[in-house]
Design a protein around this ligand. Structure first.
Ligand code: ADP
Ligand code: MG
Length: 254
């Protein structure tokens, strides 16, 4: 049993709770009733083949997709798909994507400060202090004035992580954040995520980094065809898959 499991009392309220989430694009149902709970401080990895619905699920939690049915609760509040208060939701739920999506004409520091200004409406000094702290946390305190084009892909992704962290979210969603990086740049980004995990940040990560998932995550979720068909401790799922689908997936990627 991991530390995170031990610290969860039976009465603890999950930080993110998904109940029977359904979502279709046109006539294609891509989420077919997903249930999941992420406790505070837990690190959950989501794996599965391309097209299994992982990104759609993460995007739904952040209000980037509107679900057709089911209930999403974040920090005890329902994310009502018909009247999502996106601003309030995104103060609680940070998200980092495969593509870093930094503004090329803004420095690293300005990229991080932008959301603080717009969403948190903080004054300039407070924005700057928060941005400096967030960049330092990802090891880029010295790159405040650098433009994205002057940074490596790994550094750009760390700026993107800092941009999310500066908002002090309750949970950070990461969608394949190392998939666009050259192999030699993957580890610097994974180390940042590992450090956040060790500090107790609640994380929900879609990843293809199986060793990382095994070493860092408390819980693993396997999605297949719009459903979670296995979940549990990573070592258990990797070593003793219960479904042929997971056995095949693990054989394919390991
Ligand atoms: P994953 O992240 O596991 O690869 P996605 O959630 O991206 O899976 O996609 C699940 C399915 O939904 C795929 O078949 C994909 O083509 C489809 N899909 C995703 N986004 C859209 C969209 N905006 N419009 C139509 N189909 C989409
Ligand atoms: Mg995806």
């Amino acid at each position: 049993m991991s530390l995170a499991d031990q610290s969860v009392s039976p009465s603890a309220r999950p930080l993110v709770k998904l109940s029977n989430i359904r979502k279709s694009f046109g006539s294609v149902e891509v989420l077919k009733g997903v249930d999941m709970a992420v406790q505070e401080g837990q690190v959950v990895a989501m794996i599965g083949r391309s097209g299994s619905g992982k990104s759609t699920l993460l995007r739904s939690i952040n209000g980037l997709e509107r679900i057709d049915d089911g209930v999403i609760e974040v920090d005890g509040e329902c994310v009502d798909p018909s009247q999502i208060d996106l601003r309030a939701l995104r103060l609680k739920v940070g998200m980092v994507f495969q593509q870093f999506n930094l503004f090329p004409h803004l420095t690293a520091g300005e990229n991080v400060m932008l959301a603080l200004k717009v969403v948190k409406k903080q004054d300039k000094a407070a924005c700057r202090a928060a941005a400096e702290a967030a960049l330092s946390k990802v090891g880029l305190g010295h790159k405040f004035d650098a433009y994205p084009s002057q940074l490596s892909g790994g550094q750009q992704q760390r700026v993107a992580i800092a941009r999310s962290l500066a908002m002090a979210p309750k949970v950070l969603l990461c969608d394949e954040i190392t998939s666009a990086l050259d192999p030699e740049l993957v580890n610097e980004v994974l180390s940042v995520v590992r450090q956040l995990a060790e500090e107790g940040m609640t994380l929900l990560l879609v990843t293809h980094e199986m060793r990382f998932a095994r070493e860092v995550c408390d819980s693993l979720v396997f999605m297949h065809g719009g459903r979670i068909i296995e979940h549990g401790p990573p070592a258990e799922l990797f070593d003793r898959p219960q479904t042929p689908e997971l056995a095949q997936f693990v054989g394919m990627v390991e």
